[in-house]
Design a protein around this ligand. Structure first.
Ligand code: F6R
Length: 617
C-alpha cells in the first residue's frame, strides 16, 4: 500500500530511486513519481498515473536533471483517484519542498480547512498534499529546520503515516517519520536509504535499522539520527537482511508468481531449518519464553486473507498437538467486537508483510487487553513483530507477487512448529509423537517438489482450456476446507473469476443449488488410508455433485482409486499424514489460478485493485 524510497549519497539518485520503486511496486501500482534535488540545487519532480513503466518512459523521453538527494513513491490510491495530480510527490513551500506519504491522514479535511482559511491552495485531492502544505508552513515557523517542522506536523496528524520529505535548501538531507506504517533505514558507506521495505535497497546494502513507532529519522550521507516525536534520541535496532537482491529478482521466470510457486518447497524447508535439534522442535526465538504458553487456556489466531486460511489449517494442528482450544478470527472483525480476552489468552497473529493494518490494530488491541501475543511474520523489521511479545519468522524469502503463495505454505509450517513446541511445553505430546510429526514435516518439501514436477504442466494445460470459465467452486473437509477457501481466493484475485470455497459437508445445506451441468468443481479428497471415514464422506459429496452434472476435478492421494469413477480430472499428491496434506493439496490450486490468469492474458503479479501490503483499515 504505497511504496516509499529515499536516497542521500554521492551517486545520482534517479536510477537508485527507480530501481527501488520497481522492487516496491507490489505495494501499489496506480501511479508513481520521484523528486530530486539536482546538482544546481533546484528541486525537480516528475509523477505519472499508471504503472512505474509510464514514469520511467516519461523520464527517458524528457529527462529530469539528476542529483544525489531524492525521494520516490509508488501509489495505491486512497484519497483521490489515480491521476497525475494525485500522484506523489506533492510540493509545497513554493515548490521547494517535496513530500511523499504512505497511509491515511484521518483528520486531513479539518487541517485542509484550516490551511485554506489561511490562504493556502491545493492542486490535488489527496490527504498527502495537506501534510505537505502543513510541513511547508511549519518549516517557515521552525526557521528552516526540517526535522523540527516534522515534529510540529506529526503532532497535528491523526491516522497512519510514513512521511518522507526533502527541501531544496538542504541538499543531502531526507527526513522521515512513521506511525503505524513501515519505514526502514538502509546503511551504506557514505550513503543512506529510507524505504518501506528492505527490498528497495538490498542491492546496495544488507545493513538495516528498524525504526520504531512514532519516530523521526534524518538521513545524510554521513549518518542517521533517530528521535521520538518529542525530540529525544532513541536507540534503533540494527539487523542484517537475511536474503540478497537476487532473491527478490524475477530471474528467468515469466512472473514473480511463477518463481514463488516454484519456491514453495524451499519456503517450507527454510522455515523448518535451524528449528529442529535431535529430532525435536527447538525454535531459538522462543528460548526462555515457555511462560508464554504454560498458563494459557485458549489461543486466538488473527490474520487476514490467505494468512487467515493458513491460520485455519494451523488450528487443526494446534488443537490436536497442543490440546488448547483455538479460534481463528479475521483481524478486522476481532478488533471491533469487544472480544473476551485476558492474560490466559495467547493471540497468534499471522502476516507475510508484518504491516497489515487490520492485523496490527488487532495485535495492539490484544496486548492492551492483557493477552500474550506472538507474531508469525515473513518480513524482518516489520511493525507487527515489533509490537508482539514473541516472533516466529517464516523464511519464505521476499514475496513480490501481490497474491500470496509461498508465504502461505511457510505460515502453515511455522504454525506446525509452534503447535509441536507448545504441545511439548504443555506435555500434550510425547517426545516420540513430536518427533514423528517433525519427520513428516521435514519430508514435505520433497513432496511439494513432486507435485510441481509431475502435475504443473498438466494443470497449466487444462487451466488454458478453462480460460472461458465464469465460475469455479472448491470443496474440502477438515484441513481441506481452508485449502478450498484459498483455492477460491487465488482464482478470484488472479483470474477475476467468480469462485467460492465450501466445506464439503455444507454442500447439501445450500450451495448444491449452484451446481448445473458443466460447473467446474475442485474437490480436495482426504487420504483413504489416514482418514477413511472422511474420505468416504467426500466421495459421497463428489457423487452428489457429479449426479447434477458438475465437472469434477479431484485432488487426491496417489493410489486412491475410489475417486476415479466420478472424476473428470485427477490431480495426484504424494502420501502424507492428514495434517500434512494441505501443504501438498494447495500447490495444484496455486498453479491452476496462475495458469488460468496467464491464459486470460492477465498480469499475475499485479492483479487489478490490489496491493500487497494493506496498510489501511
Ligand atoms: C491473498 C493475499 C492476501 C493477504 C492478506 C494479508 O493472496 O495475499 O489475502 O494474505 O492481505 O496479508 P499479510 O499476510 O501481509 O498480512
Amino acid at each position: 500500500m504505497c511504496g516509499i524510497v529515499g536516497y542521500v549519497g554521492p551517486r545520482q539518485s534517479q536510477p537508485i530511486l527507480l530501481a527501488g520503486l520497481s522492487r516496491l511496486e507490489y505495494r501499489g501500482y496506480d501511479s508513481a513519481g520521484i523528486a530530486v534535488i539536482d546538482g544546481g540545487g533546484d528541486l525537480g519532480m516528475r509523477k505519472r498515473a499508471g504503472k512505474l513503466k509510464i514514469l520511467r518512459d516519461d523520464l527517458t523521453a524528457h529527462p529530469l536533471s539528476d542529483g544525489t538527494t531524492g525521494i520516490g513513491h509508488t501509489r495505491w490510491a486512497t484519497h483521490g483517484g489515480p491521476t497525475d495530480a494525485n500522484a506523489h510527490p506533492h510540493l509545497a513551500d513554493d515548490d521547494k519542498l517535496a513530500v511523499i506519504h504512505n497511509g491515511i491522514i484521518e483528520n486531513f479535511s479539518e487541517l485542509k480547512s484550516e490551511l485554506v482559511a489561511e490562504g493556502y491552495t491545493f492542486r490535488s485531492e489527496t490527504d498527502t498534499e495537506v501534510a505537505a502544505v502543513l510541513l511547508g508552513r511549519e518549516y517557515r515557523e521552525a526557521g528552516g529546520n526540517l526535522v523540527e517542522a516534522f515534529r510540529m506536523v506529526v503532532a497535528r496528524l491523526e491516522g497512519a503515516f510514513t512521511l518522507l520529505a526533502m527541501h531544496r535548501d538542504h541538499p543531502g538531507l531526507v527526513v522521515g517519520a512513521r506511525r503505524n506504517s513501515p519505514l526502514v533505514i538502509g546503511l551504506g558507506d557514505g550513503e543512506n536509504f529510507l524505504a518501506s521495505d528492505v527490498a528497495a535497497f538490498v542491492e546496495h546494502t544488507r545493513r538495516a535499522l528498524a525504526i520504531g513507532q512514532d519516530e523521526i529519522v534524518a538521513i545524510t550521507p554521513e549518518g542517521v539520527e533517530v528521535t521520538d516525536f518529542s525530540g529525544d534520541e532513541v536507540d534503533v535496532e540494527p539487523f542484517e537482511v537475511m536474503w540478497d537482491a537476487a532473491a527478490a529478482d524475477k530471474g528467468g521466470w515469466s512472473s514473480f508468481m511463477a518463481k514463488e510457486v516454484s519456491e514453495e518447497p524451499d519456503a517450507v524447508a527454510n522455515t523448518v531449518r535451524g528449528r529442529v535439534k535431535d529430532g525435536a522442535v527447538a525454535i531459538p526465538e522462543l528460548d526462555g519464553l515457555d511462560g508464554l504458553f504454560a498458563d494459557i487456556t485458549r489461543i486466538i489466531v488473527i490474520a487476514c486473507g490467505t494468512a487467515a486460511y493458513a491460520g485455519v489449517v494451523g488450528k487443526y494442528a494446534l488443537e490436536q498437538w497442543a490440546r488448547v482450544p483455538v479460534d481463528v478470527e479475521l483481524a478486522h472483525e476481532f478488533r471491533y467486537r469487544d472480544p473476551v480476552i485476558g492474560p490466559d489468552t495467547l493471540v497468534v497473529s499471522i502476516s507475510q508483510s508484518g504491516e497489515t493494518m487490520d492485523t496490527l490494530m488487532a495485535v495492539k488491541y490484544a496486548r492492551e487487553a492483557g493477552a500474550k501475543t506472538l507474531s508469525i511474520c515473513n518480513t524482518q523489521g516489520a511493525t507487527i513483530p515489533r509490537e508482539s511479545d514473541a516472533i516466529v519468522y517464516t523464511h519464505a524469502g521476499p514475496e513480490v507477487a501481490v497474491a500470496s503463495t509461498k508465504a502461505f505454505v511457510a505460515q502453515i509450517t511455522a504454525l506446525y512448529l509452534l503447535a509441536l513446541h507448545i504441545g511439548r511445553v504443555r506435555d500434550a505430546l510425547t517426545a516420540e509423537q513430536a518427533a514423528d510429526n517433525v519427520r513428516e514435516l521435514e519430508a514435505v518439501p520433497a513432496k511439494i517438489q513432486q507435485v510441481l514436477d509431475r502435475e504443473q504442466s498438466r494443470i497449466e494445460q487444462f487451466a488454458h482450456w478453462m480460460a472461458d470459465t465464469r465460475s469455479v467452486l472448491f470443496l474440502g473437509r477438515h484441513v481441506g476446507y481452508p485449502i478450498a477457501l484459498e483455492g477460491a481466493l487465488k482464482l478470484k484475485e488472479l483470474a477475476y473469476i467468480h469462485a467460492e470455497g465450501f466445506a464439503a459437508g455444507e454442500l447439501k445445506h445450500g450451495p448444491i443449488a449452484l451446481i448445473e451441468p458443466g460447473q467446474p468443481v475442485f474437490v480436495i479428497v482426504p487420504s483413504p488410508r489416514e482418514s477413511a471415514e472422511l474420505h468416504k464422506k467426500v466421495v459421497s459429496n463428489i457423487q452428489e455433485i457429479r449426479a447434477r452434472g458438475a465437472r469434477v476435478i479431484v485432488i487426491a492421494e496417489e493410489g486412491d482409486a475410489a475417486v476415479l469413477p466420478f472424476a473428470d480430472e485427477v490431480l495426484r499428491i504424494p502420501l502424507a499424514g492428514p495434517l500434512f496434506e494441505p501443504l501438498l493439496a494447495v500447490v495444484p490450486l496455486h498453479i491452476f489460478a496462475m495458469g488460468l490468469a496467464t491464459a486470460k492474458g492477465l498480469d499475475v503479479d499485479q492483479p487489478r485493485n490490489l496491493a500487497k501490503s494493506v496498510t489501511v483499515e
